[in-house]
Structure formats: structure tokens, C-alpha cells
Write a protein that binds this ligand. Structure first.
Ligand code: PLP
Length: 374
């Protein structure tokens, strides 16, 4: 196996940053007390937990009590969708609106709800990978229990008009959830100002460890826990809190939110170079809107090639990117995101995603371009 020296799969996961690691270390070693315990070792953990919660709330523009720590994006998404569905059912509302290009962490729970009597409308995304506000307006019904549309897509990086969608939902009195797992740290987010009722985040996309994340739930919104058991987090999510992970998540969020503009300034020229130099190769198409997308993301289809083969070829040269073709089950189903934009199965199967982070250098991009040209 070759050594990975150029890591360009940051939408899949990121390395832990030094500031996050340093913040966590004391809580992995000597600060191991259970935050529910009343002796001092436990109380220290509880203090760290409260501090982390206030920091996350400050970053998102909400109150501490509106933050629920979870094990990551998947749990946050499931919690949001299933809680809203349960409230909907209690009020005779059995309709949910989403987009055709959500992560499976949203789509799978929605499929389960469909089998359980709900109707799900999947908004189209057209050839640029972006939903339209007028489609949401047209889809809303008096029995809509939830609208869940991601802030930015994980495969093609397209940025959805989530603020506009949230405003429409607020006017209609329908809860709006957004999966901001990919968007956070690249787009400015303030849940209060942007009328967001629930928002999912994942730590490992932000240089915090895997197994960390949060769900913001607006105070006053009815909530039904996913995990029941102990009374941690006010009974809203049972299970002993992962103090080190939560402290790391809070530090990662603080750093990411403070450095959004610097990160985008660093990444935009790199992405533009990718578009220019790879996008112009024969048989290559750029997938997704070229303007309304995260600075970190580029996604290409290579006519007549298999994405997976390209990924393996690049791996031999020490470069890690991902293909848009394999789903989590390992099958060769083409990406639902690319097919929703109208790509053929062959085009969808021939795609690769390049996703950068603040650690990505111009030399990394040089290496990718020269490998793809050869
Ligand atoms: N939502 C989006 C948009 C994602 O990209 C991911 C991970 O790839 C998830 C949810 C799931 O997050 P996690 O890996 O933290 O469970």
C-alpha cells in the first residue's frame, strides 16, 4: 500500500487539529470523571461540559439549553427527523418535505417513515444541484410536519438557499431542519437570525474527533428523544457524555467559525485552478453549480472511466480523493445526487470528488493535476 501524502477527502473526514487535540487531552487523561457525579472529579467534568455548551451556543447564535450533544451527524439527523415526525403524528400531520440530494442520514429515516404512513416530497435540484424556493412553496400543505433541506451538499458542495427556505417555513409555521454537516465552517450560520429550527453538525468534518456532533433544537419546539435511559442532557439524550469529545467539538467550532473568511480565501483560488485545469481536460465535466458551492469542493466526471478506478490509480500516487459511485453498502449504484441532477448512470459512475481543508496546499493541487493529466 502506498503512503497517502496528499489528502483531498476532507468531506469524508478530517485530521484532528492541534488546537482541538490540546483542548481534549486533559479530559482524556486526568479529567475522566462522570459529569453526573457530585464529587469534585465529576463536577469538573460538568463544568467543562457547560462551558463547551455555552461556547457552541455562542457560535451558533442560540441559547445553551438549545444544544444537544450527539454522536455525530447521523444521530443528529435521525433525532431531528424522528422527533418532528412524532410531533407531526400527534397533530395529524403526516407530510415531510426534503430534497432529492440529502445525505442517507436523512433519506433512510424518511424511507422508514414512508413505510409507516408518512408522505415524503423530495424537491428536485435541476442540473445545477440546487433546490428552488418556489418548489418548496408549492409543496407545502396544511399537514406538513417538517421541512429538512441540507445547507450544503456533501458530494457536489452546492449551497442551498437554506435561509430563504427557513424564512418560508417560518411564515407557514412549519419546522425547518438543516443538515449543516458540510456547510458549517464555510458558510456564516446564525440559527436565530436565519430562522432555523433544528440544525445538525458533525465534529469529524471540522478537525474534531469522530463520534462527536450536535443538534440545535429551538427552544419551544416540541422534542422527542431518540435515546432514552439516564437523565443526561436534561433527559433529552441518554448516555454518559463524552467530555473530551464535546470539549474538542466546541474548540473546533470556535476555530472554524472565527476562520471562515480566511479559509474561503485560501481555498477559492485552489478550487478555481482545479476547475480550470481539470475541468478543461478532454471528456471531463464539472458537476454542480460552479459558483454557489463550497470553496472546498470540486466534483468531476471523466467520460468513459470508472470513478473507483481513478481513485485507486490516484491512491497509488499517494493521493486520496473519493468517487461518487460507491454507496455505503459497497455496491456500484451511481450516486443519487448526480442522477438527481440528470447525469446518466455512466456519467455518475465516472465521478470523483476532491474536497479540501485549511491544510490543503497549492502543492497538493499540483500533485493531483499532474497525476490526472498523466
Ligand atoms: N450529513 C452529511 C451532509 C454528511 O456529509 C455526513 C457525513 O458524511 C453526515 C450527515 C453523517 O455524519 P456522521 O459521519 O458524523 O454521522
Amino acid at each position: 500500500m502506498s503512503e497517502t501524502t496528499v489528502y483531498l477527502d476532507n468531506a469524508a473526514t478530517t485530521r484532528i487539529s492541534d488546537n482541538v487535540f490540546d483542548a481534549m487531552l486533559p479530559w482524556l487523561k486526568e479529567g475522566y470523571g462522570n459529569a453526573s457525579a457530585i464529587y469534585s472529579l465529576g463536577r469538573k467534568s460538568a463544568i467543562a461540559l457547560n462551558k463547551a455548551r455555552s461556547l457552541c451556543a455562542e457560535v451558533l447564535g442560540c441559547e445553551s439549553r438549545e444544544i444537544l450533544f450527539t454522536s455525530g451527524g447521523t444521530e443528529s439527523d435521525s433525532t431531528a427527523v424522528l422527533s418532528a415526525a412524532r410531533s407531526g403524528r400527534e397533530n395529524g400531520k403526516l407530510h415531510i418535505i426534503t430534497s432529492a440530494i440529502e445525505h442517507h442520514a436523512i433519506l433512510r429515516p424518511l424511507e422508514a417513515l414512508e413505510n409507516d404512513g408518512f408522505r415524503v416530497t423530495r424537491l428536485p435540484v435541476y442540473d445545477n444541484g440546487i433546490v428552488r424556493a418556489e418548489d418548496l412553496e408549492a409543496a407545502l400543505t396544511p399537514d406538513t410536519a417538517l421541512v429538512t433541506v441540507m445547507a450544503a451538499n456533501n458530494e457536489i458542495g452546492t449551497v442551498q438557499p437554506f435561509e430563504q427556505l427557513a424564512g418560508i417555513c417560518r411564515e407557514h409555521g412549519v419546522p425547518f431542519h438543516t443538515d449543516a454537516v458540510q456547510a458549517f465552517g464555510q458558510l456564516h450560520i446564525n440559527v436565530r437570525r436565519q430562522n432555523i429550527d433544528m440544525l445538525s453538525l458533525s465534529g469529524h468534518k471540522l478537525h474534531a474527533p469522530k463520534g462527536t456532533g450536535l443538534l440545535y433544537i429551538r427552544g419551544g419546539l416540541p422534542f422527542h428523544p431518540l435515546l432514552t435511559g439516564g437523565m443526561q442532557q436534561g433527559g433529552r439524550r441518554a448516555g454518559t457524555e463524552n467530555i473530551a469529545g464535546i470539549v474538542g467539538l466546541a474548540e473546533a467550532m470556535r476555530y472554524a467559525a472565527e476562520n471562515i473568511d480566511a479559509k474561503n480565501e485560501h481555498l477559492l483560488p485552489l478550487r478555481e485552478r482545479l476547475f480550470r485545469e481539470i475541468g478543461s481536460l478532454p471528456g471531463v465535466r464539472i458537476n454542480g453549480d460552479t459558483e454557489r458551492r463550497l470553496a472546498s469542493n470540486a466534483n468531476f466526471s471523466f467520460e468513459g472511466q470508472e470513478g473507483e478506478t481513478l481513485v485507486l490509480k490516484l491512491d497509488l500516487r499517494g493521493i486520496a480523493v473519493s468517487s461518487g459511485s460507491a454507496c455505503a453498502s459497497g455496491s456500484l449504484d451511481p450516486s443519487h445526487v448526480l442522477t438527481a441532477m440528470g447525469l446518466t448512470h455512466d456519467q455518475a459512475r465516472s465521478s470523483i470528488r476532491v474536497s479540501m481543508s485549511s491544510y490543503t496546499t497549492a502543492a497538493d493541487i499540483d500533485a493531483l493535476i499532474s497525476a490526472l493529466r498523466s
